[in-house]
Write a protein that binds this ligand. Sequence first.
Ligand SMILES: Nc1nc2c(ncn2[C@@H]2O[C@H](COP(=O)(O)OP(=O)(O)OP(=O)(O)O)[C@@H](O)[C@H]2O)c(=O)[nH]1
Length: 343
Amino acid sequence: MKKFIPRFDFPDYNIPRTDFKGHQLKALKKFDSLRPQLNLILELRDVRAPLSTRNVLIDQLIDPRIHQRLVIYTKRDLVADNTHYLLKLSHWQQEIDEDFILIDAKRRQSARHVLDIIKSYKRQLEVRSQGLALPTGYKVLVAGMPNVGKSTLINTLRGAGSKVARTGAEAGVTRSTSETIRIGEPHDNIYLIDTPGIGLPGRLVNERQRMLSLSLCGCVKTNLVDPVVQADYLLYLANLQEPHKHYPGAPTNDVYKLLRRVQPRGAPRDNATAAAVHWLRQSHRGLIYDRELLLDTDSFSLRGYLSRQPQPEPQAKQQSRVTAHDRRLQNVHQLFPKLSGTQ
Ligand SMILES: Nc1nc2c(ncn2[C@@H]2O[C@H](COP(=O)(O)OP(=O)(O)OP(=O)(O)O)[C@@H](O)[C@H]2O)c(=O)[nH]1
């Protein structure tokens, strides 16, 4: 029998680079105004795509002089058997010296662990500030890309019976920055702030494949990328990992061949889109969606990867851009007063 050789490259399909929306921009502005009162920022990422669900806009929010930060990788249960991968991820994460934990946001035990860590950060701050009370309590912002599990974690932290944050399988369920939510015992004085998921504007996405990883994690709207293209990317990743676990029959690089095999019962024959949607909805436990993470520790450096990522403009520069734009508008209005309605 001929040995199966998976594809090592994936075609550069012409897919959108972003799903960034107006309410996300509004949320970023709100974050900025909350910054001075925040103590800890919990950045949630999907453990299946730790690179793609990282958000440089959140890095920009953090001022290490006043904010503590913890990275939380959610959906650990979906890769729990892949211990080789989890070890590799921990190794890379240590390379950049970032505090992190891995959780299943639906489990009370994970939530208790997160609460213990929040309390220990709070104690550290109290020791540093020599017992000075925190007048408005200890404020924790829960941030991350859409659909990474922010509301789920908050609900689990609150405990059963008091569901306060809406959750859902589709990206963008939380649309505004909510009121603060108290967790722990009343005397703990710890408050969480749930936020809408923040995606990336197109100029900060240097690889279209990142959008594919994000769509497999549900971090962008399901209809943003053609389901057949998403299925092809999933097939490409499955073939580089363990094809026999993720689809029936002999391994194949041909997505249409695969879609014929997995099409739902009763669906019209050869409806590739319906078959792709059906296959994408199935659970693909153990699969990793960032292909860089399939490399071994000698061939991939997280520090190197991060240094190649586009960075947002420093905030001062963004400010001056707005000012220049405003100034131009002012000039237009002075020259054409009728247009501005101020004659
Ligand atoms: N298996 C598993 N599913 C999870 C976990 N965390 C969240 N989910 C599921 O992921 C989906 C998205 O969760 P949400 O809590 O709504 O995500 P979010 O980050 O608040 O989403 P936005 O409001 O879009 O920003 C839901 O279907 C959750 O049930 C986890 O740790 N494990």
